[in-house]
Design a protein around this ligand. Sequence first.
Ligand SMILES: Cc1cc2nc3c(=O)[nH]c(=O)nc-3n(C[C@H](O)[C@H](O)[C@H](O)COP(=O)(O)OP(=O)(O)OC[C@H]3O[C@@H](n4cnc5c(N)ncnc54)[C@H](O)[C@@H]3O)c2cc1C
Length: 358
Amino acid sequence: MVTLANLHKFIEKGHKVTVIGPSLYHYYSGMGPGMLGKVYAPEDIRFATKHVVEKQGGSFILGKAVCVDPKEKKLILDSGETVLYDVLSFNVGSYVPETSIVDTARDVFTVKPIEKLIDAQARILELASRKKIVIGIIGGGPSAAEIAGNAWRLTQDYGTNQSRIIIFAGKDFMSRFPVDVKKKVSRSLKRRGIEIFESGYVEKIKTNEIILESGESYDTDVIFLAVGVKPSSIIKKSDLPIGADGGLLVNQYLQCSEYPEIFGGGDCIYFKNQPLDKVGVYAVRENPVLYRNLMASIEGEALQPFDPGGDYLLIFNMGDGTGVLCKRWLIFDGRLAFKIKDYIDRKFMNTFQQIEKT
Ligand SMILES: Cc1cc2nc3c(=O)[nH]c(=O)nc-3n(C[C@H](O)[C@H](O)[C@H](O)COP(=O)(O)OP(=O)(O)OC[C@H]3O[C@@H](n4cnc5c(N)ncnc54)[C@H](O)[C@@H]3O)c2cc1C
């Protein structure tokens, strides 16, 4: 985002910038579940990538990068087109693996890309206007919790029939978090009748059916997959150095040591010095360093090391106007927690959406 905001500075120095993305917009995931629950409209949570790139004199290609030929310094796109580069920035994020559990089923929505939540919302509203529906959410982490809470909000406010919402959380819901966080999140969801199953993992998903390893099966109308994310597969395909999770292996400068003209940030990298959680907080902290180092690399200046910083703040949007906040020993829930999240998220989006207007 910081690099996109400062794109004109590259152009002013006589460089050519090409941005490649599969959508005219970039959707901010921190507000994605809130968009599902209609707390936010799609336009509140997106950044007009093409518009911002072109108004600063850059080129935008609507498409997907498929792989890189790092020796030839060449990027190959899904259209077959190739783009040559001197410096490359990898910001392709992560994806939810559909794995073998999905049997070409219909009405299954991964929680990423965030755009899919728009389709999920439309489908839920269509079905919920006709009958009482069952929404199954597979996954036991914060995105499953936020999706459940906001799917509740959606059907509560806009569906004419009540829905049943079940989280299939494997064996331990919110297990990565302190017990108090788990308690507060579970309490918030259960209070509204959202069920949390912790008796075992899902083995198979079929259209309108979830089958557990135990053989138990559940009829569903809409399924969300929130089983965690993996770094984009482009890196593996490109024969670039990768870290333990398959992300682009980068040094303290967010740079690929083997190919020093390649940089990266966010969910698609593996930071060699200290593996980082796949949270937007790190992508945001990396932003200014990545921009600086891309510029320094082209201009032949010294690179700046990235310091991941200390503990980070997490706030979960529970979908009923409340949140659960957690930072180190500080844990609390309620309306104030959501208000803080809403303020931070809107401020972040406003900062970058301003560039669209100026
Ligand atoms: C439902 C949900 C809620 C979350 N909420 C929070 C939160 O509240 N706070 C927090 O800190 N973290 C949150 N996260 C984690 C957060 O989403 C990620 O850590 C963050 O988005 C990483 O940023 P990124 O720029 O690396 O990737 P992304 O935000 O995923 O962006 C990647 C971009 O690359 C584009 N792209 C993908 N593939 C290609 C390709 N082949 N070619 C070209 N372009 C491509 C995509 O279209 C997208 O625009 C949440 C995640 C989910 C799933």
